[in-house]
Design a protein around this ligand. Structure first.
Ligand code: ATP
Ligand code: MG
Length: 447
């Protein structure tokens, strides 16, 4: 993409309404624009990152054997009356009446609808295990929408639902989700710690929330500092192997890590004092096993081998896809702007032309731009007639992890400059070498 052709409405001033850094930076970098309280338009740069996050979620769900689908945002109230949640959900549910006077709602979550699909089409143990998920907009009429996309009213969520014949199988689905979530967040450059949580209106006993540690987090968390040393990394895992998934769950949940809702001082006191931490965290996901709560309410049963009809065991699993943009920025920024982890960056590298209009500089930039694209990479070329300082400030603000700076002086010596956004370190090298370095970082090899 050429910046002269892009739509990047960066703001010079710090928006007064934004209280936390991720919200400020998303507005300043022209990623989002508020439409009304807690409701945002996603401008091209923000939308691009949102899509990258969605892609990672889809890839990791596929790896775990889960099937993508899509359910409507507007649902009839009938199913919610059947489950008893139409009234129980309270004021957070946006209720709508259609022209025929029917009660509708904008979905805050989809346990009812998915259970209805299941009961209509699945009747036998032979069709299990089954896990279906979607990435779809949700609406919750939050009393205090704030912090930009972190606590919106309309927000994008991955919500998944597992259906299993037995409790044991459903707990395997729970463990499988925990493992796949660990991978998912790490690919986004985040450490998200599973913490024992409270099940809230969804109900059930087994639940963990995934929290990213950040001063601006809304949850108070208590944990054993050893947990921050754990990483999932690129280990191979067979998701159908119950013992393997269980072992990972135990590894990541055996140390004390809880939100304030489940915090227990006496238990916490058993952690050696030097390792006890109290901090704040951003909830970026949650997994639940809730057994037969919805299948009992809605009559979703399956026959087992002996022909007995049994209620299906279920769980639900959510990732805050749009909230993740805020969480990633909270975890990765400096006073100049965002620092995108390579896994989610909107463009792989920026090209800054220090002297637009200089025939050699222009030509060198075109070669870099075309070469990166030929490798399947997505560069952003700042080809505007602007001063170098302004170009650097924009690149730093929007946070591309790598920048190639091209100017007539360097070109005389056959070099350009490759700069890491994270460390600020620059290195001079031949243009071809810069291309190779970037290709290597993103794992694409030069054809
Ligand atoms: P919270 O406690 O933050 O209100 P929740 O526990 O009610 O969230 P879940 O039902 O677990 O939310 O939804 C799954 C994920 O969706 C959450 O982990 C969170 O990342 C995200 N999410 C929930 N509410 C919002 C919101 N208002 N804005 C943005 N993301 C949200
Ligand atoms: Mg939650």
């Amino acid at each position: 993409m050429r910046l002269s052709r892009y739509f990047l409405p960066v703001l010079k001033e710090t928006p007064a309404e934004a209280q936390i850094v991720s919200h400020r930076l998303m507005l300043r970098a022209g990623m989002i624009k508020q439409a009304s309280a807690g409701i945002y338009s996603w401008l091209p740069l923000g939308f691009k990152v949102l899509r990258k996050i969605e892609d990672i979620v889809h890839e990791e769900q596929a790896r775990a054997g889960h099937l993508a689908m899509l359910m409507p945002t507007i649902q009839s109230a009938d199913l919610w009356r059947e489950s008893g949640r139409y009234d129980a959900y309270g004021d957070e549910m946006l209720r709508i009446t259609d022209r025929g006077g029917r009660d509708m709602l904008f979905t805050p979550t989809a346990e009812e609808l998915i259970t209805d699909i299941f009961r209509a089409h699945v009747g036998s143990y032979k069709d299990l295990p089954l896990t279906l998920y979607q990435i779809q907009w949700k609406f919750r009429d939050e009393i205090r929408p704030r912090f930009g996309v972190m606590r919106g009213r309309e927000f994008l969520m991955k919500d998944g639902y597992n259906f299993d014949l037995t409790k044991e199988d459903a707990l395997h689905a729970y463990n499988r989700h925990l493992v796949s979530y660990l991978r998912t967040y790490e690919r986004m450059g985040l450490q998200a710690i599973p913490m024992r949580a409270d099940s809230g209106p969804i109900g059930g006993d087994n639940t963990h929330e995934f929290l990213v540690l950040a001063e601006t987090g809304e949850s108070e968390v208590f944990y054993d500092s050893e947990i921050t040393d754990l990483t999932f990394g690129d280990r191979e895992i067979d998701y159908s192997d119950k013992a393997q998934c269980q072992a990972v769950l135990e590894e990541f949940t055996s140390r004390y890590a809880r939100t304030d809702e489940t915090h227990d001082e006496a238990e916490f006191a058993k952690v050696p004092e030097a390792r006890r931490r109290t901090a704040r965290g951003i909830e970026v996901g949650q997994i639940f096993y809730f057994g037969t709560k919805y299948s009992d309410a809605l009559g979703a049963t399956v026959t087992d081998r002996e022909g007995n009809r049994l209620p299906v065991h279920m769980g639900s699993h959510g990732i805050g896809v749009s909230r993740l943009l805020g969480a990633i920025i909270e975890a990765s920024h400096d006073d100049k702007g965002i620092i995108w982890p390579e896994g989610v960056t909107p463009f792989h590298a920026g090209i800054v032309n220090l002297k637009q209009g200089d025939s050699e500089a222009d030509a060198a930039c075109e070669v870099l731009y075309d070469s990166l694209k030929a490798l399947g990479l997505d560069p952003l070329y700042d080809d505007r007639n602007e001063r170098a300082g302004g170009k650097f400030a924009t690149m730093d603000l929007i946070g591309l992890p790598w920048r190639i700076t091209v100017g007539p002086r360097g070109l005389k010596n056959g070099v350009v400059e490759l700069t890491s956004r994270r460390t600020g370190e620059s290195e001079e090298m031949a243009p071809e070498q810069a291309i190779q370095r970037i290709a290597k970082i993103y794992g694409t090899s030069q054809a």
